[in-house]
Design a protein around this ligand. Structure first.
Ligand SMILES: [Zn+2]
Ligand SMILES: [Zn+2]
Length: 370
């Protein structure tokens, strides 16, 4: 394939500092590595945290972007065999680059890999680490030997394909972790990408009653939640969440509650309050350094709750996510609100974080030459 000598990339140099640069493409590809031409890269809440500089330990300057989808343009012989791909294949690339040898990797929990230091994955490695092209906010990205690739069917557009990430999260966090079964009642706190993906995932799992909470400003997201399968929505600014869940469930309360909201800590205590005795709470929202107020030990002890943290997604959830996207069963395009070019990476992140008045986003993808 005829490749250029450089790649346009977005480089983050520090807190709220992004710039467009050109970096050289690697001169040669190792037998166990490859090169990806980006077709799109999804943006999520953690891109905003990274942009804000609240994510610790990042080796600036670096190329952000951890939800990449693209076309394999070069692949070494060993990698082609291991990954089962050849040049021209369209793939989604998992964020993490697990070592494959530590206790967690060998135990089947590569999300928790401790074999390499720091946040080891695409979007989080410095440009000074060769070959530098470690992020999805770019035209080209290096494919490290530890990459985990998923082949994409031809009929799925790159922007929709980037939903493999939030959808994978919904499948793992709202179904696989709590063991959601046919007929279960689940409360999903937060109607963003992950909340809506949780609605789709729990609908697929056969949940009997799906309740989603959000702010008044989230009205369009709550409407979409219903379209994806939610039975009830609650505006937390106008209604009492616990009281509403009590009414809806006729006093039985929920089997499962999942918090997928960012920053706010009230949903954590609400999750504990809306589940029944013996219920399960999944905590999947990042809160930064804030403690949870009004956290009462005895509510968990007395109700014998199971509380489960959720961080990241893995192969077991990405595979069904991609199948679900390919099936066309849900109108996912309604969730994808913005496609923006590389040059507008900063604006894209600000739109997602509601920093730009008049712009309301749910899911945004950067497309290099949009
Ligand atoms: Zn993400
Ligand atoms: Zn490992």
């Amino acid at each position: 394939m005829n490749l250029p000598e450089t790649s346009r990339v977005i480089v983050q140099t520090g807190k709220r500092a992004l710039e467009l640069r050109e970096l050289p493409l690697p001169k040669s590809i190792a037998p166990d590595a490859g090169l990806l031409r980006l077709d799109a890269c999804g943006i999520c809440g953690s891109d905003y945290e990274q942009y804000q500089g609240v994510m610790g330990g990042l080796p600036f300057p670096l190329i952000p972007g951890h939800e990449p989808v693209g076309t394999v343009v070069e692949v070494g012989d060993v990698a082609a065999q291991r990954w089962g791909v050849q040049t021209g294949d369209r793939v989604a690339v998992e964020t993490l680059l697990p070592c494959g040898f530590c206790r967690q990797c060998r135990g089947g929990q590569y999300r928790l890999c401790s074999g390499r230091r720091g946040l080891n994955g695409y979007g989080y490695l410095g440009i000074d680490t060769a070959p530098g092209l470690w992020g999805g906010f770019a035209e080209y990205m290096h494919l490290d030997p530890h990459s985990i690739l998923h082949k994409l069917p031809d009929h799925v557009t790159p922007e929709i394909a980037t939903l493999f990430n939030p959808l994978g999260a919904g499948i793992r966090w709202a179904v696989q972790i709590p063991g959601t079964k046919i007929g279960d009642t689940i409360v999903i706190l937060g109607p963003g990408q992950r909340g809506l993906a949780s609605v789709i995932a729990t609908t697929e799992a056969g949940a009997g009653c799906i309740i989603v909470t959000g702010l008044s400003a989230d009205e369009h997201k709550l409407t979409l939640a219903k379209e994806f399968g939610a039975h009830h929505t609650i505006d937390v600014e106008r209604e009492d969440v616990v009281q509403r869940v009590r009414e809806i469930t006729d006093g039985k309360m929920a089997d499962i509650a999942i918090d997928v909201s960012a920053y706010a800590t009230e949903p954590v205590t609400q999750a504990i309050d809306v589940v029944r005795r013996g219920g399960t709470v999944v905590l999947a929202g990042m809160k930064g350094p804030r403690p949870v107020e009004n956290f009462y030990n005895d509510k968990i002890m007395g109700k014998e709750l199971t509380i489960h943290g959720a961080f990241g997604v893995d192969f077991h959830a990405y595979e069904p996510a991609i199948q679900l996207i390919a099936s066309g069963k849900y109108p996912l395009e309604k969730m994808h609100t913005h496609t923006l070019p590389l040059e507008e990476a900063e604006r894209a992140i600000q739109i997602l974080a509601r920093e730009i008045p008049g712009e309301e986003a749910i899911h945004i993808a950067l497309v290099p030459n949009a």
